[in-house]
Design a protein around this ligand. Sequence first.
Ligand code: SF4
Length: 76
Amino acid sequence: MTTKTELLQVIRKHCLECCGGSYLDVEKCTAGPEAKLSTCTLWAYRMGKDPDGPSEAKIEAGKKSFRFLQQANTQA
Ligand code: SF4
């Protein structure tokens, strides 16, 4: 199964190819929603991060792990 992280990595790689390998040009890409000529559907994801942040399930999993580690530390 392809994960969201893998998809974001593929988009990041594609954007780097699009900009000739320049990280700065990817960051400054002008094909965002404010573009006058043409927009790119990958723009919001070009930095390899989800602009909406982690899903609720991922946040809950992180909290669960944190509580588990806290309990383990207090018992040690
Ligand atoms: S968002 Fe689109 S136009 Fe901009 S670098 Fe990525 S692929 Fe290229």
